[in-house]
Structure formats: C-alpha cells, structure tokens
Design a protein around this ligand. Sequence first.
Ligand code: AHR
Length: 657
Amino acid sequence: MNIFKKPFIKICALILLPSAVIAQQVPVAQQSSVKGKPKQISNDLFGVFFEDLSYAADGGLYAELVQNRSFEYNPADKKIWTPLSYWEYTTQGHGYGKISVESSSPIAPTNPHYLVLDVDFPGTEGVGITNSGFDGISLKNGENYDFSVYLKQLSGAPAKIKVELRDHKGVSYGQLSLMVSGKGWKKYTGTIKATNDADSARLSVLTLLKGKIAIDEVSLFPRKTFRNEKNGLRADLAQAIADIKPKFVRFPGGCLVHGDGLDNIYRWKKTIGPVEFREQDRNIWNYHQSFGLGFFEYFRFCEDIGAKPLPVIAAGVSCQNSGGTRGTGQQAVAEIDMKSYTQDILDLIEYANGPVTSKYGAKRAAAGHPKPFNLQYVGIGNEDKITGNFRSRFQQIYQAVRTKYPAITIVGTVGPFPSGEDYDLGWSFAGQLHVPIVDEHYYQKPEWFLSNNNRYDNYRRTNSKVYIGEYASQGNALINAISEAAYMTSLERNGDVVQMASYAPLLANLSHISWNPDLIYFNNKAMFKTANYYVQQLFSQNQGDQYIPDVVKFDLHGSAKDSTLAASCVKDSPTGDIILKIVNAGQKEANAAIDIAELHVRDSHISFDLLKGSPGDKNSISNPENVKPVKSEMDISVLKDYIVPAYSLTVIRLKTK
Ligand code: AHR
C-alpha cells in the first residue's frame, strides 16, 4: 500500500477532477465552455532507454564489425564460448601451422588473452585466422573500412601480414598488407576499400612468413560511423535514435546495471580509456560486453543528439533474480566496501562535469572532451527489491551525492511493477528520503494502457516526481502503438508529475533477441522502425512545456466514458507552437470538437501527421514501411468537427507566431 497517496485521493478528488479528468471521460453535454488554465510541464518528458540486451551494443549500436576481437569470450558468457569463438584457423595455399590462446604477456592485465600464431610453412597465400563478425560482415561497395590490430613478433623473421575481406567461397572484397617491426606489442592500422557489396564477408589475418606472432585487439570499423566518429556508432541505428529527438538517453540498462551477482554489477570505470585496456565482462543477458561502447561513448552520443544523459548506477545491490537456477538472489556490496563503491559514483559525476584539472575531468579531457558533459540526472538502482540491504546502500549513495553535488537530480527506484510490494515500499522509502524522482516500470497489455489513462491524475503533486523508465504494451502491432499514444497523452496532461518517460527496450538484433517487443529491430545490414517507434517519435518531436486543458472534446454520444479516445494539447513556448495529439484506439471513427478560439493560431491552412491502419499492422525487415505516419494538409475549419479515424494518432502543429 502506498501510504502517501491514499488519503490524498479521497480528499482531493473533488478539487482535482474538473481540470485533471481527461476530455473523453466527460460527455459533451456536461462539458464546461470555460477552459482550464495552462500548466507548466516537464521540459524533459520524452526520451529513450538504451540497454545492452539483444546485442544492442556489441553487434548493434557499436559499429565494430569483428566479434570477440580481443579473444576474451569465455564459458562464463555462454557455456559453449571460448576465446576462439567466432574465429577459425585458416590456411590458404597448402601452408600449415597452429594457433593457441595465451595470457603470459598480454597488452594489459585487464585484457589478458591473445592469440599466438605459429607458422611452420606459410604456403603460397599464408596461414592465420578468420573472424566471421556478427552473423557475417556487411560491406558496401566503394566504402572504406578501418582496420587495426596489436601484433608482437615472438620468433622468426619479422612477419609480413595480409589482411583480407573474403566471403566463404574465397571471393575477395579487398585487402591490405602490414610488416611487423620491433619486439613488443605495437598497434598497426590500415584501410580496406570494399570492392563490392557483401552481407556475410569474413576478415582474415594471415602471415606470409615462417615464425611465431602474437595477435590481439583485431578491429574493423566502417569509416562512415555516426558523425564519422572514431570508435563510433553504427550510422543507421544512431541516426534512427537521433531522429526521435529524445530529450534524454538512459543507459546502460535495465537489469544490466545491477547485474547477475555482485561481480557482474556494471562498473563504469571499466568502460573508459583506450578500448584495449577496458576490462570486459559477461552480460546478464547471456553474452559478452566488450565495453567498446562505454561511458565516454554514451556521453558523447547524448551530446551529439542534443539529449541529456541519464546514467543509471546499481544501488550497491545486484539483481534480485541473480543466479538464475543457482538462485543467489539480491547480493549486497559489503558495508566495508561501500565507501569506495560510493566514491565511484561521485567520480562518475566528476568524470562528466569536473574541470580538466580534476582527476576524472582529466580522464574525460584525455579522451578528447575537455568540455563538461553537463550531467544533470543520475539514476540509483534499477527495479530493485526493497530490502534492508537496498535501503542502507541507497541511502549512503544518496546522501553522498546530495552532499557533494546538490545540483544533481537523483532518480530512485520503486520495483519492477506498476503496483505491489516493492512499488509501495519503494514509494514510501522515497518519501522518507525526499528522493526527487522515482523510476516506475511496467510492461502491460494495450487494454491496460487504455484503462489506466488516469493513473497519474491523482498522484500527489508534492511527492517525488515520476520517471517512467520502462514501459511497453507487449507488442509491435499498430494497436500497441496507438494504445501507447493514448497513454502518452496522459503523461503530457500529468507532465507536472511525470518528469520523464522512455519506452523500453530500444534496440534488438533480430538474430539475438533477449526481449520483445523493442522499438527498433536490425540485422547486420538493415534495420526497421516499429509502429511504436513512430509514436515515440511523433510525441518526442512535438513536446511542449505547457499543458492546455479542455481543447479537444470528443462526442461520446451520451456515454460517460470511452477509454479508446484520448487527446492532449501542449504549447512549446520557445516557438509559440500549439500541438494537438488526438488518439482513437477504437474500431469506429469518432468526432472531436477542437476549440482553438483562444489560442491565437496564425494560419488557416495547416499540416498534420497521421498514423493509422488496421490494428494488426506491423513493420518488418522485409516490409519496413508498412506502418508509418503520413503528412497531409487541411483547412483549419475542419478542426471544429474533426473526424478521428479508427486506430489512429493525429498530431497537429499550429503556428501562433
Ligand atoms: O527492458 C528489459 C528489462 O525489463 C530490463 O532490463 C529490466 O529493468 C526490466 O525488467
């Protein structure tokens, strides 16, 4: 039970209902002609949630094309994996030799394994190793691919190396040569221009002379990453996220954050600095994290797309579902270690915002970003079980951050569900500590989203604000997207309580799905945006900072309520634009009277976006544009009696300046 809300609902129902109840719940005959006052709503309402699950990072947003580039895969990631997974011994032209994985003299202790190639006879074309990438390497004819590798000559004459992109039939797509020099580890680089399109090429590194050589950190990036950045992001996926125009990006998860047991808690410090020194880890979703996409790259991406970063850090406890069948459950960082654990979180804030003269600000500058990243939000905990261990650790971190960085807004957590024990205990705990914002999660059916449209109407305005960190209506069909749209109008209406909201999860590699549904699906070559994506995009691109009530009134034909209809009206103060969103999740068209009389609209001809179709319509990799919004124009007089198509979202942007 939430002790903070109950009495409030009883006392305030009468006071709040006239302005808070949504238009569609009031029959036309009962509506007042006097408009309610506009209210300020959050400037950061709609953002995105990135979690490294379903190969969202390695094999996804992170543009690296070589899988297991540093031979760190192992059975802890996945039982059948070894340091040689996705690599194979290759001989071309009757050469022979052998490969082994060693760890006696690595590039760095944090990157312990490397491959040793011992060539007895190189044959006519060399002996070496071949990587199959993430389900094959996709290449575009004429584009450049940047290769790099660490090599160390162990015996024999300095090796001559051939690097080649080939398909499984041996057709070449381009190659380069390198000559090893010196005795120690050294980085070698080169570029291959692809001579054709390919979607399942492989990368071979072969030596052409007898001798022994150590190989590590074999990497291949398309030159064209997002904004052409080094160690960058896959351009199409990053652009799709940028095109949402999210106000914030939450990263790196989800459950990934609090991890599968104590040793798997996500440690941001392992993810910065030169990639070859980053200490890798297994992924709670049963694969591997190279951390090539680490906190520097997340911050840089946020800055690139004009979104606020929202890193989430474990609250000193691991996931309560840790251990799977081993069932270790929630584990807590030992009290004695909490000081240094908490210091890591303070260091993160210094890394993001501190001057270049500070220890961690200097590390940010060394990575090429002397300017601060302007971190404003930090999430502590992810849908944790609200236990004594959680409370004491959260409290220590919370007090330390508040004391050292009072300007940082802390986001707490209230369990995995929209109600229940952890939700109630979490809210009550957040109330005791006056946590500014708490993170609610829910994955529910479309009907739930329609019938819970009033969820936040009666939340107490003086309690913690809400971040809906994860929500989705369990499907990618149009009806799911439209139900989410209906719900999002209620988030705008309650944008004084709901500070932020993000659909989850964001990305899924079609060959490695850990969680459905997701917002964007992809394979190694292409991607598609779901109907849900377009809803997120339409709301996100059309955010406002003021909510104007009573503008849209549905004709309910005498009934008191129709939960399939919803609408909102916001104003974007900087542009002066008024934005209407009108949703019909029902099977019949509806009528809405849109009263813009007092809104000082400039033009008589207006353009609008319409997303509509049949409830089961979906996009797919082979039919990526089956459902998408269409832009049209209409005369403003149509708004007086706007016919709202069945299963639709209409977004209308009206100029006032
Ligand atoms: O979004 C997928 C998962 O759902 C997240 O990792 C977790 O926080 C939630 O249970």
